[in-house]
Design a protein around this ligand. Structure first.
Ligand code: NAD
Ligand code: UDP
Length: 341
């Protein structure tokens, strides 16, 4: 069901439209990344319309901007026809559950979100000659056989496993974006995002950083899946949002997806030990079965972003974990069992 859940144009909050950067639509704007991006766009002088079905997004993610005169949030599922023919200058498509437990809960809807949702937004871009950004993912590389992963690597993805709804949905969306660009001349920007973390991840999100930090703060067992030798490279949310803005605003649209992520690689066991150490937690590290098709290694080659966007991450994992722990600490309130050092 669609509906405007808040339009506050008359009272409270700064109106920055004097800066006149135009109107941006952020699909998935109530989510972890979408809420940070919406905040950044408002600060940069855009009017922002967030579209979200609130599957994993939360109203309280928008608490800091809900009263901003230039912000509107509309409850809407992008699989369905858009509730209005919004006149927009820029579109950011971040709508899609990103955590394996969430995207696997309704895999057909996840796939539709990437495919039908992208078509709905691409058609909107086409009608208004708007620039459009797609949040793609390092999951398009699957369980990569090339390491680190450059954009030219085509990936190693299972087409019919439990992760396929997400991986293949995102791969199909990339195809759609570049076909719309070639067919209709639309300006598309596609980012392949590697594991990103930070404040506003949900405590029950299911991804590794939020799981480990919440488990450590609660004094619960820290659940390492498999033997923990699989690797990931963790990017702090502010760094990623800066990458989004640079990719969207670079004058010549790259004619291919662009990797955005932090190239410093950790094993999952190293991450668990870091979190235990940082939070001074009494938690034990325990092992649970490795999920099917869990990629064994992942690290972005960000040469393109460095050279053409002048972008690279600045926030080290230790600093990002400190900020993320502070977020979960506040969220858990009195239910927290251990104190940070
Ligand atoms: P998230 O789950 O916090 O945010 C996704 C948002 O999209 C939520 O607000 C959710 O309610 C909304 N949504 C989901 N399906 C929708 C639909 N059909 N219609 C409208 N809204 C819908 O996850 P996130 O980490 O903020 O991810 C944002 C985007 O970035 C996703 O597209 C994800 O695939 C991509 N991405 C994220 C990461 C990461 O590490 N955070 C990595 C790779 C790609
Ligand atoms: N993981 C883990 N314990 C958890 C959650 C995840 O060991 O409680 C592992 C997971 O198996 C994977 C890595 O951490 O190897 C990253 O998982 P996440 O779901 O965060 O992201 P993705 O697998 O999509 O990269």
């Amino acid at each position: 069901m669609s509906g405007v859940i808040k339009v506050l144009k008359l009272d409270g909050g700064p109106d920055r439209r004097g800066l006149d950067r135009g109107r941006a639509l952020v699909a998935g704007g109530a989510g972890f990344l979408g809420s940070h991006l919406s905040e950044r766009l408002l600060a940069d002088g855009y009017e922002v319309i967030a579209l979200d079905n609130f599957h994993t997004g939360k109203r309280y993610n928008l608490a800091g901007i809900a009263r901003d005169a230039s912000f509107t949030c509309i409850r809407h599922d992008i699989v369905d026809e858009l509730p209005a023919d919004f006149a927009v200058d820029e579109i950011y498509n971040l709508a899609c559950p990103a955590s394996p437990p969430h995207y696997q809960a309704d895999p057909i809807h996840t796939f539709k979100t990437s495919v039908l949702g992208s078509i709905n937004l691409l058609e909107l871009a086409r009608r208004h000659n708007a620039k459009i950004f797609q949040a793609s993912t390092s999951e398009v590389y699957g369980d990569p056989l090339v390491h680190p992963q450059p954009e030219g690597y085509f990936g190693n993805v299972n087409t019919h496993g439990p992760r396929s709804c997400y991986d293949e949905g995102k791969r199909s969306a990339e195809t759609l974006f570049f076909d719309y660009s070639r067919t209709y001349g639309i300006d598309v920007r596609v980012a392949r995002i590697f594991n990103t973390y930070g404040p506003r991840m949900q405590p029950d999100d299911g991804r590794v950083v939020s799981n480990f930090v919440v488990q450590a703060l609660r004094g619960d067992d820290i659940t390492v899946y498999g033997n923990g030798t699989q690797t990931r490279s963790f990017c702090y949310v502010d760094d990623l949002v800066e990458g989004f803005i640079r990719l969207m605003n670079t004058p010549a649209a790259p004619q291919h997806p662009v990797n955005l992520g932090n190239p410093v690689e950790f094993t999952i066991m190293e991450l668990a030990e870091l979190v235990v150490d940082y939070t001074n937690s009494p938690s034990r590290i325990v092992h649970r079965p490795l999920p099917v098709d869990d990629p064994r290694q992942r690290k972005p080659d960000i040469s393109y972003a460095r050279q053409y966007l002048g972008w690279e991450p600045k926030v080290a994992l230790s600093e990002g974990l400190a900020r993320t722990t502070a977020h979960f600490d506040a969220l858990l309130g009195g239910r927290r069992f251990v104190a940070p050092r």
